[in-house]
Design a protein around this ligand. Structure first.
Ligand code: SAH
Ligand code: SF4
Length: 383
Protein backbone atom coordinates (compact mmCIF):
# COMPACT_ATOMS: atom_id res chain seq x y z
CA UNK A 1 0.00 0.00 0.00
CA UNK A 2 1.32 3.45 -0.85
CA UNK A 3 1.06 5.92 2.00
CA UNK A 4 0.82 9.58 1.13
CA UNK A 5 2.95 12.18 2.88
CA UNK A 6 -0.22 13.90 4.13
CA UNK A 7 -1.19 10.78 6.05
CA UNK A 8 2.26 10.36 7.56
CA UNK A 9 2.41 13.94 8.78
CA UNK A 10 -1.22 14.10 9.98
CA UNK A 11 -1.56 15.35 13.55
CA UNK A 12 -3.31 13.17 16.11
CA UNK A 13 -6.94 13.96 16.74
CA UNK A 14 -7.69 15.92 19.93
CA UNK A 15 -10.94 14.01 20.35
CA UNK A 16 -8.91 10.77 20.63
CA UNK A 17 -7.73 11.88 24.08
CA UNK A 18 -9.74 10.63 27.02
CA UNK A 19 -10.82 13.19 29.55
CA UNK A 20 -8.00 12.10 31.85
CA UNK A 21 -5.43 12.43 29.06
CA UNK A 22 -6.76 15.88 28.21
CA UNK A 23 -6.47 16.91 31.87
CA UNK A 24 -2.90 15.57 32.02
CA UNK A 25 -1.95 17.46 28.86
CA UNK A 26 -3.09 20.76 30.32
CA UNK A 27 -1.64 20.01 33.75
CA UNK A 28 1.80 19.45 32.24
CA UNK A 29 1.55 22.90 30.69
CA UNK A 30 0.53 24.59 33.94
CA UNK A 31 -2.95 25.48 32.63
CA UNK A 32 -5.83 26.06 35.06
CA UNK A 33 -7.86 23.07 36.18
CA UNK A 34 -11.03 24.25 34.38
CA UNK A 35 -9.30 24.14 30.98
CA UNK A 36 -9.88 20.48 30.11
CA UNK A 37 -13.60 20.86 30.89
CA UNK A 38 -13.85 23.84 28.57
CA UNK A 39 -12.19 21.99 25.73
CA UNK A 40 -14.15 18.80 26.36
CA UNK A 41 -17.48 20.64 26.07
CA UNK A 42 -16.36 22.33 22.88
CA UNK A 43 -15.26 19.03 21.36
CA UNK A 44 -18.63 17.52 22.24
CA UNK A 45 -20.27 20.42 20.41
CA UNK A 46 -18.20 19.57 17.33
CA UNK A 47 -16.25 22.84 17.43
CA UNK A 48 -12.82 23.34 15.90
CA UNK A 49 -9.84 24.32 18.06
CA UNK A 50 -9.81 27.71 16.31
CA UNK A 51 -13.41 28.28 17.41
CA UNK A 52 -12.61 27.84 21.13
CA UNK A 53 -12.32 31.57 21.63
CA UNK A 54 -12.67 31.37 25.41
CA UNK A 55 -9.15 29.88 25.46
CA UNK A 56 -6.17 32.22 25.39
CA UNK A 57 -4.68 32.59 21.91
CA UNK A 58 -1.45 30.87 23.04
CA UNK A 59 -3.38 27.82 24.30
CA UNK A 60 -5.29 27.56 21.05
CA UNK A 61 -2.12 27.73 19.06
CA UNK A 62 -0.41 25.12 21.29
CA UNK A 63 -3.38 22.83 20.76
CA UNK A 64 -3.52 23.48 17.02
CA UNK A 65 0.16 22.73 16.59
CA UNK A 66 -0.21 19.39 18.39
CA UNK A 67 -3.67 18.18 17.30
CA UNK A 68 -6.39 18.12 14.70
CA UNK A 69 -9.81 18.82 16.23
CA UNK A 70 -11.34 15.52 15.12
CA UNK A 71 -10.73 12.55 12.85
CA UNK A 72 -13.93 11.76 10.90
CA UNK A 73 -14.40 13.35 7.49
CA UNK A 74 -17.89 13.46 6.01
CA UNK A 75 -17.81 12.04 2.50
CA UNK A 76 -21.47 11.92 1.62
CA UNK A 77 -24.84 13.00 3.01
CA UNK A 78 -28.16 11.72 1.68
CA UNK A 79 -31.70 12.67 2.66
CA UNK A 80 -34.67 10.29 2.64
CA UNK A 81 -38.26 10.22 3.96
CA UNK A 82 -38.79 13.85 2.95
CA UNK A 83 -35.81 14.93 5.03
CA UNK A 84 -36.71 12.94 8.15
CA UNK A 85 -33.82 10.55 7.59
CA UNK A 86 -30.22 11.53 6.90
CA UNK A 87 -27.57 9.02 5.92
CA UNK A 88 -23.96 10.01 6.42
CA UNK A 89 -20.83 8.34 5.11
CA UNK A 90 -17.56 9.09 6.93
CA UNK A 91 -13.94 8.43 6.16
CA UNK A 92 -11.80 7.24 9.06
CA UNK A 93 -8.09 7.75 9.48
CA UNK A 94 -6.39 5.23 7.22
CA UNK A 95 -9.10 5.40 4.56
CA UNK A 96 -11.85 3.02 5.66
CA UNK A 97 -15.41 4.30 5.60
CA UNK A 98 -18.39 3.88 7.92
CA UNK A 99 -21.94 5.15 7.90
CA UNK A 100 -24.37 6.62 10.40
CA UNK A 101 -28.09 7.34 10.05
CA UNK A 102 -30.14 10.06 11.75
CA UNK A 103 -33.90 9.40 12.09
CA UNK A 104 -36.15 12.27 13.13
CA UNK A 105 -39.45 11.68 14.95
CA UNK A 106 -41.92 14.19 16.38
CA UNK A 107 -40.39 14.29 19.85
CA UNK A 108 -37.05 12.58 19.48
CA UNK A 109 -34.13 12.00 17.16
CA UNK A 110 -32.26 8.71 16.96
CA UNK A 111 -28.77 8.12 15.65
CA UNK A 112 -27.82 4.70 14.31
CA UNK A 113 -24.10 4.41 14.86
CA UNK A 114 -21.31 2.14 13.51
CA UNK A 115 -18.77 0.40 15.72
CA UNK A 116 -16.70 -1.57 13.19
CA UNK A 117 -15.68 -1.34 9.53
CA UNK A 118 -17.48 -4.38 8.15
CA UNK A 119 -18.41 -7.14 10.55
CA UNK A 120 -16.69 -10.41 11.46
CA UNK A 121 -19.98 -12.26 12.08
CA UNK A 122 -21.03 -12.46 8.43
CA UNK A 123 -24.83 -12.85 8.55
CA UNK A 124 -25.91 -13.73 4.99
CA UNK A 125 -28.82 -11.22 4.87
CA UNK A 126 -26.74 -8.23 5.96
CA UNK A 127 -24.92 -5.85 3.62
CA UNK A 128 -22.21 -5.19 6.22
CA UNK A 129 -21.68 -8.90 6.76
CA UNK A 130 -21.12 -9.52 3.05
CA UNK A 131 -17.89 -7.60 2.79
CA UNK A 132 -14.58 -8.45 4.33
CA UNK A 133 -13.86 -7.19 7.86
CA UNK A 134 -11.80 -3.99 8.10
CA UNK A 135 -11.11 -2.91 11.64
CA UNK A 136 -12.56 -1.90 14.96
CA UNK A 137 -13.48 1.73 15.48
CA UNK A 138 -11.77 3.55 18.33
CA UNK A 139 -13.94 5.14 21.03
CA UNK A 140 -13.58 8.66 19.64
CA UNK A 141 -14.49 7.48 16.14
CA UNK A 142 -17.77 6.12 17.48
CA UNK A 143 -18.32 9.21 19.59
CA UNK A 144 -17.60 11.62 16.74
CA UNK A 145 -20.53 10.18 14.77
CA UNK A 146 -22.78 11.34 17.60
CA UNK A 147 -21.05 14.69 17.93
CA UNK A 148 -21.65 15.37 14.23
CA UNK A 149 -25.29 14.26 14.51
CA UNK A 150 -25.87 16.45 17.54
CA UNK A 151 -24.42 19.44 15.72
CA UNK A 152 -26.52 18.80 12.65
CA UNK A 153 -29.70 18.38 14.71
CA UNK A 154 -28.98 21.39 16.85
CA UNK A 155 -28.84 23.58 13.75
CA UNK A 156 -32.45 22.44 13.15
CA UNK A 157 -33.50 23.22 16.73
CA UNK A 158 -33.60 19.49 17.59
CA UNK A 159 -31.88 17.38 20.21
CA UNK A 160 -30.10 14.07 19.78
CA UNK A 161 -32.12 11.96 22.23
CA UNK A 162 -31.39 8.31 21.33
CA UNK A 163 -28.40 6.35 20.06
CA UNK A 164 -28.61 2.79 18.74
CA UNK A 165 -25.56 0.65 17.97
CA UNK A 166 -27.24 -0.82 14.91
CA UNK A 167 -24.97 0.51 12.21
CA UNK A 168 -22.03 -1.36 10.80
CA UNK A 169 -20.37 -3.93 12.97
CA UNK A 170 -20.97 -6.11 16.00
CA UNK A 171 -20.60 -3.78 19.00
CA UNK A 172 -19.70 -6.54 21.46
CA UNK A 173 -16.88 -7.71 19.17
CA UNK A 174 -15.32 -4.26 19.78
CA UNK A 175 -16.16 -4.34 23.44
CA UNK A 176 -13.70 -1.98 25.13
CA UNK A 177 -14.15 0.78 22.56
CA UNK A 178 -17.92 0.51 22.62
CA UNK A 179 -18.08 0.68 26.43
CA UNK A 180 -15.74 3.67 26.43
CA UNK A 181 -17.82 5.34 23.70
CA UNK A 182 -21.02 4.70 25.68
CA UNK A 183 -19.48 6.37 28.74
CA UNK A 184 -18.53 9.34 26.60
CA UNK A 185 -21.96 9.55 24.98
CA UNK A 186 -23.56 9.64 28.41
CA UNK A 187 -21.11 12.12 29.95
CA UNK A 188 -23.31 15.02 31.10
CA UNK A 189 -20.50 17.44 30.26
CA UNK A 190 -20.34 15.97 26.78
CA UNK A 191 -23.30 14.78 24.76
CA UNK A 192 -25.37 13.86 27.79
CA UNK A 193 -27.38 11.11 26.10
CA UNK A 194 -29.21 9.17 28.81
CA UNK A 195 -27.90 5.60 29.20
CA UNK A 196 -31.50 4.43 29.07
CA UNK A 197 -31.75 5.87 25.59
CA UNK A 198 -28.69 4.06 24.28
CA UNK A 199 -29.28 0.64 22.73
CA UNK A 200 -26.52 -1.88 22.11
CA UNK A 201 -27.56 -4.49 19.56
CA UNK A 202 -25.74 -7.81 19.43
CA UNK A 203 -25.72 -10.95 17.34
CA UNK A 204 -25.13 -12.81 20.61
CA UNK A 205 -21.61 -12.87 22.02
CA UNK A 206 -22.73 -14.49 25.26
CA UNK A 207 -19.68 -13.86 27.51
CA UNK A 208 -19.71 -10.20 26.48
CA UNK A 209 -23.42 -9.85 27.26
CA UNK A 210 -22.55 -10.99 30.79
CA UNK A 211 -19.60 -8.62 30.93
CA UNK A 212 -21.80 -5.72 29.81
CA UNK A 213 -24.28 -6.51 32.56
CA UNK A 214 -21.45 -5.98 35.09
CA UNK A 215 -20.37 -2.58 33.75
CA UNK A 216 -22.90 -0.55 35.68
CA UNK A 217 -24.10 0.97 32.40
CA UNK A 218 -27.83 0.25 32.17
CA UNK A 219 -28.03 0.54 28.39
CA UNK A 220 -30.84 -1.17 26.55
CA UNK A 221 -29.82 -4.51 25.09
CA UNK A 222 -31.18 -5.72 21.76
CA UNK A 223 -30.56 -9.34 20.79
CA UNK A 224 -30.59 -10.07 17.06
CA UNK A 225 -32.37 -13.39 17.27
CA UNK A 226 -33.97 -13.94 13.83
CA UNK A 227 -34.60 -17.63 14.49
CA UNK A 228 -35.79 -19.57 17.52
CA UNK A 229 -34.27 -22.92 16.54
CA UNK A 230 -30.56 -23.56 16.34
CA UNK A 231 -30.33 -25.17 12.90
CA UNK A 232 -31.86 -22.09 11.26
CA UNK A 233 -30.02 -19.58 13.46
CA UNK A 234 -26.71 -21.34 12.72
CA UNK A 235 -27.25 -20.26 9.12
CA UNK A 236 -28.70 -16.79 9.65
CA UNK A 237 -26.39 -15.68 12.47
CA UNK A 238 -23.25 -17.86 12.23
CA UNK A 239 -22.01 -16.96 15.74
CA UNK A 240 -24.89 -19.16 16.92
CA UNK A 241 -22.64 -22.17 16.31
CA UNK A 242 -20.51 -20.90 19.22
CA UNK A 243 -23.30 -19.53 21.41
CA UNK A 244 -26.57 -21.35 20.80
CA UNK A 245 -30.01 -19.89 21.48
CA UNK A 246 -30.53 -21.36 24.96
CA UNK A 247 -27.24 -19.86 26.20
CA UNK A 248 -28.01 -16.52 24.58
CA UNK A 249 -31.49 -16.20 26.03
CA UNK A 250 -30.15 -17.19 29.46
CA UNK A 251 -27.54 -14.41 29.20
CA UNK A 252 -30.25 -11.96 28.13
CA UNK A 253 -32.28 -12.97 31.19
CA UNK A 254 -29.27 -12.32 33.42
CA UNK A 255 -28.85 -8.94 31.75
CA UNK A 256 -32.51 -8.07 32.30
CA UNK A 257 -32.34 -9.16 35.95
CA UNK A 258 -29.16 -7.25 36.65
CA UNK A 259 -30.08 -3.98 34.89
CA UNK A 260 -33.86 -4.21 35.36
CA UNK A 261 -34.15 -3.39 31.70
CA UNK A 262 -36.46 -5.19 29.33
CA UNK A 263 -34.43 -6.89 26.58
CA UNK A 264 -35.61 -6.51 23.02
CA UNK A 265 -35.31 -9.26 20.46
CA UNK A 266 -34.79 -8.24 16.84
CA UNK A 267 -36.24 -10.42 14.11
CA UNK A 268 -35.47 -9.63 10.47
CA UNK A 269 -38.41 -11.04 8.53
CA UNK A 270 -37.25 -13.14 5.56
CA UNK A 271 -40.06 -14.44 3.37
CA UNK A 272 -40.56 -18.18 3.66
CA UNK A 273 -37.50 -18.54 5.93
CA UNK A 274 -38.51 -17.27 9.37
CA UNK A 275 -42.03 -15.84 8.92
CA UNK A 276 -44.04 -19.07 9.14
CA UNK A 277 -46.47 -20.44 11.73
CA UNK A 278 -43.73 -22.76 12.96
CA UNK A 279 -41.42 -19.78 13.58
CA UNK A 280 -44.14 -17.89 15.45
CA UNK A 281 -44.78 -20.89 17.70
CA UNK A 282 -41.08 -21.47 18.35
CA UNK A 283 -40.48 -17.81 19.17
CA UNK A 284 -43.48 -17.66 21.48
CA UNK A 285 -42.36 -20.80 23.28
CA UNK A 286 -38.86 -19.34 23.70
CA UNK A 287 -39.90 -15.93 25.04
CA UNK A 288 -43.15 -16.58 26.90
CA UNK A 289 -42.96 -15.34 30.47
CA UNK A 290 -39.78 -13.36 29.87
CA UNK A 291 -39.10 -9.65 30.34
CA UNK A 292 -38.80 -9.27 26.57
CA UNK A 293 -40.15 -7.43 23.56
CA UNK A 294 -39.95 -8.43 19.89
CA UNK A 295 -39.00 -5.96 17.16
CA UNK A 296 -39.90 -7.22 13.72
CA UNK A 297 -37.79 -5.71 10.93
CA UNK A 298 -39.02 -6.39 7.39
CA UNK A 299 -35.95 -7.48 5.40
CA UNK A 300 -34.44 -4.63 3.44
CA UNK A 301 -33.24 -6.23 0.20
CA UNK A 302 -29.46 -6.52 -0.16
CA UNK A 303 -27.91 -7.03 -3.60
CA UNK A 304 -26.81 -10.63 -4.01
CA UNK A 305 -28.52 -11.90 -0.83
CA UNK A 306 -30.84 -14.87 -1.51
CA UNK A 307 -33.77 -13.51 0.53
CA UNK A 308 -37.03 -11.67 -0.08
CA UNK A 309 -39.07 -9.30 2.03
CA UNK A 310 -42.48 -10.67 3.08
CA UNK A 311 -45.54 -8.71 1.92
CA UNK A 312 -46.89 -6.07 4.37
CA UNK A 313 -49.92 -8.30 4.96
CA UNK A 314 -47.69 -11.19 5.91
CA UNK A 315 -45.59 -8.99 8.19
CA UNK A 316 -48.72 -7.79 10.00
CA UNK A 317 -50.04 -11.34 10.12
CA UNK A 318 -46.84 -12.59 11.77
CA UNK A 319 -46.97 -9.72 14.29
CA UNK A 320 -50.62 -10.46 15.08
CA UNK A 321 -49.88 -14.15 15.52
CA UNK A 322 -47.07 -13.40 18.00
CA UNK A 323 -49.38 -11.06 19.92
CA UNK A 324 -52.04 -13.72 20.05
CA UNK A 325 -49.41 -15.99 21.58
CA UNK A 326 -48.80 -13.42 24.32
CA UNK A 327 -45.71 -11.55 23.12
CA UNK A 328 -45.15 -7.78 23.04
CA UNK A 329 -44.39 -6.93 19.40
CA UNK A 330 -43.47 -3.84 17.39
CA UNK A 331 -43.01 -3.71 13.63
CA UNK A 332 -40.05 -1.47 12.91
CA UNK A 333 -40.74 1.31 10.44
CA UNK A 334 -38.78 1.04 7.25
CA UNK A 335 -37.00 4.34 7.53
CA UNK A 336 -34.77 5.50 4.73
CA UNK A 337 -35.70 2.68 2.42
CA UNK A 338 -35.10 4.69 -0.73
CA UNK A 339 -31.63 5.45 0.55
CA UNK A 340 -30.57 1.94 1.48
CA UNK A 341 -31.86 1.95 5.03
CA UNK A 342 -30.18 -1.06 6.60
CA UNK A 343 -26.87 0.19 7.78
CA UNK A 344 -24.02 -0.78 5.53
CA UNK A 345 -26.14 -0.48 2.42
CA UNK A 346 -25.31 3.10 1.50
CA UNK A 347 -21.68 2.18 1.68
CA UNK A 348 -22.24 -1.03 -0.26
CA UNK A 349 -24.05 0.86 -3.00
CA UNK A 350 -21.48 3.61 -3.24
CA UNK A 351 -18.74 1.03 -3.49
CA UNK A 352 -20.51 -0.82 -6.24
CA UNK A 353 -21.23 2.45 -8.09
CA UNK A 354 -17.53 3.10 -8.02
CA UNK A 355 -16.79 -0.44 -9.13
CA UNK A 356 -14.54 -1.00 -6.15
CA UNK A 357 -13.87 -4.34 -4.59
CA UNK A 358 -10.67 -3.62 -2.78
CA UNK A 359 -9.83 -5.39 0.45
CA UNK A 360 -7.40 -2.68 1.48
CA UNK A 361 -8.40 0.50 3.28
CA UNK A 362 -7.94 2.48 0.09
CA UNK A 363 -5.74 5.50 -0.31
CA UNK A 364 -5.22 7.31 2.99
CA UNK A 365 -5.64 10.60 1.17
CA UNK A 366 -9.11 9.73 -0.19
CA UNK A 367 -10.85 12.99 -0.91
CA UNK A 368 -13.57 14.32 1.40
CA UNK A 369 -16.11 14.73 -1.37
CA UNK A 370 -18.77 12.74 -3.16
CA UNK A 371 -16.22 12.14 -5.89
CA UNK A 372 -13.74 10.65 -3.42
CA UNK A 373 -12.40 7.15 -3.49
CA UNK A 374 -13.41 5.00 -0.66
CA UNK A 375 -12.71 1.67 0.63
CA UNK A 376 -14.06 -1.79 1.09
CA UNK A 377 -13.55 -3.94 4.13
CA UNK A 378 -11.98 -7.32 4.72
CA UNK A 379 -14.07 -9.90 6.53
CA UNK A 380 -12.30 -11.89 9.20
CA UNK A 381 -13.64 -14.64 11.42
CA UNK A 382 -15.46 -14.26 14.64
CA UNK A 383 -13.34 -15.35 17.54
N1 SAH B 1 -24.26 -6.50 14.62
C1 SAH B 1 -25.30 -6.08 15.47
C2 SAH B 1 -25.72 -4.64 15.25
C3 SAH B 1 -25.78 -4.15 13.83
S1 SAH B 1 -27.01 -4.84 12.81
C4 SAH B 1 -26.49 -7.01 15.34
O1 SAH B 1 -26.54 -7.81 14.42
O2 SAH B 1 -27.37 -6.92 16.20
C5 SAH B 1 -28.48 -4.06 13.42
C6 SAH B 1 -29.74 -4.80 13.06
O3 SAH B 1 -30.01 -4.68 11.65
C7 SAH B 1 -29.67 -6.26 13.39
O4 SAH B 1 -30.81 -6.70 14.08
C8 SAH B 1 -29.59 -6.87 12.02
O5 SAH B 1 -30.04 -8.19 12.01
C9 SAH B 1 -30.43 -5.94 11.18
N2 SAH B 1 -30.20 -6.06 9.73
C10 SAH B 1 -29.07 -6.35 9.09
N3 SAH B 1 -29.26 -6.42 7.75
C11 SAH B 1 -30.57 -6.18 7.54
C12 SAH B 1 -31.39 -6.12 6.37
N4 SAH B 1 -30.90 -6.30 5.16
N5 SAH B 1 -32.70 -5.84 6.53
C13 SAH B 1 -33.22 -5.61 7.77
N6 SAH B 1 -32.48 -5.64 8.90
C14 SAH B 1 -31.18 -5.94 8.80
FE1 SF4 C 1 -22.69 -8.21 11.68
FE2 SF4 C 1 -25.05 -7.52 12.71
FE3 SF4 C 1 -24.69 -7.58 10.05
FE4 SF4 C 1 -24.77 -9.86 11.43
S1 SF4 C 1 -26.43 -8.38 11.18
S2 SF4 C 1 -23.26 -9.32 9.85
S3 SF4 C 1 -23.76 -9.27 13.32
S4 SF4 C 1 -23.70 -6.21 11.47
Amino acid sequence: MTVSLAAVTQLPSLSALSREELAAWFRERGEPSYRPGQVWRRLAAGDEIEEMTELPMSTRSDLASAFRSRSLVELRRLAADRGLTTKLLYRLDGGYTVEAVIMRYPRRATLCISSQVGCPIGCPFCATGQGPFGRNLRPHEIWEQAVAARRLLRAEGRRLTHVVFMGMGEPLANYASVVEAVRRLADPEGLGVSLRRITVSTAGLVPRVDKLAQEGLPVRLAISLHAARDDLRDQLVPINRHYPIADLVAAADRYAARTRRRVSYEWVLLAGINDTERDALELARLLQGRLAHVNLIPFNPVAGAPYREPSPTRVQGFAARLRSLGLGVTVRDTRGREQDAACGQLRARVLSELGERASSPGPPGAQPAATGTWSQTARGRAG
